[in-house]
Design a protein around this ligand. Structure first.
Ligand code: RIB
Ligand code: CA
Length: 314
């Protein structure tokens, strides 16, 4: 029996972030969540730090340490996404105010201290929001970069193009300079872009399977989905919404559900119309070094079966 993989989830909850956190906490035999670091993104930092604690308490895991991190991108004004996630960031169901405390330590200091304290190569970072905290930690403590086992992030897009601008996906667009630093850091990088998350839609049968689960978690996830899918259905005319962030955790649990290729991915930080675009060299025409495993496809049925089975555990 191998020891669970140690992870730190860096997040901007967001209903899909919430489902990613629940999936991780429902899989203790495979994943040890050392902490949850919050960043400004979908909604401002005060709300992401509150929402992460709401989710931990919903999962019955109030002992998981939650840290507040950066409240704005490295070099730009914060762009938020209340139009998708609602004013609270977790619209769709009213859950109790969190009683568990927010950790006093800044999320960036937690990232640095933990990566220095844990044996090198044993901690995986799972950023599912803008990459500000990760880039700040790498800049402040370059010695930790070589100690990171890997980064599995939700962000970017290539064939699927952008969701916040015609060219850019939200997490990368909010802080392109941070993304550029992370993609150039040389850490083993797995990228879950819109190309794959848009193939994992919350169809009605899948949402009703959540709602039918015993306990509070399944119905809460169904209520969140009912809320946030209205944006994607209206915009794309799709049969449901993409559950973006849980794809990162699912990859850690069942990489066989995904396919992709190691390629070069660069971040556009100067484009007039393309700021935050992930320039993914899928056809390897640039000759630039491969720096990321860029995921392109998913077994959606398998993903939802895993997610439903795990949520039923909480
Ligand atoms: O573009 C999708 C990403 O932006 C997801 O992480 C979602 O939570 C938002 O942060
Ligand atoms: Ca997110």
């Amino acid at each position: 029996m191998t020891a669970p993989r140690k992870i730190i989830i860096d997040t901007d909850p967001g209903q899909d972030d919430a489902v990613a956190i629940l999936l991780a906490l429902a899989s203790p035999e495979a994943l040890e969540v050392l902490g949850i670091t919050c960043v400004a993104g979908n909604v401002p930092l005060a709300l992401t730090a509150k929402n992460a604690r709401i989710v931990c308490e919903l999962a019955g895991r109030p002992e998981v340490p939650v840290y507040a991190g950066c409240d704005a991108p490295l070099a730009r004004k914060l762009v938020t996404a209340e139009h998708v996630h609602g004013k609270t960031g977790l619209d769709g169901i009213d859950l109790p105010e969190p009683r568990m405390p927010l950790q006093k330590q800044h999320a960036v200091d937690f990232l640095i201290d933990t990566l220095r304290a844990e044996p090198a190569g044993t901690v995986t970072l799972v950023p599912i929001g803008p990459l500000t905290n990760i880039a700040t930690a790498f800049a402040r403590a370059p010695d930790i970069v070589g100690r990171v086992a890997g980064i599995v992030l939700m962000g970017g897009a290539y064939f699927e193009v952008g969701n916040i601008t015609p060219a850019a996906e939200f997490n990368i667009h909010v802080d392109p300079e941070a993304a550029q630093a992370v993609f150039a850091a040389g850490v083993p990088l797995t990228v879950m872009p819109l190309d794959v998350t848009h193939k994992a839609l919350t169809t009605r049968p899948r949402v009703e399977a959540f709602r039918a689960l015993p306990g509070r978690v399944g119905p809460a996830v169904a209520a969140w989905t009912d809320f946030f899918e209205r944006f994607d259905k209206e915009k794309y005319g799709s049969d449901g919404a993409p559950l973006h962030d849980p794809c990162t955790i699912a990859w850690l649990l069942r990489p066989d559900l995904f396919t992709g290729r190691r390629i070069n991915v660069e971040i556009e930080t100067e484009g007039r119309f393309t700021l935050g675009m992930t320039v993914a060299d899928w056809w390897r025409v640039s000759g630039r070094p491969e720096n990321a495993f860029f995921v392109g496809d998913i077994d959606a049925e398998g993903f939802y079966a895993l997610l439903t089975e795990r949520l039923a555990r909480l």
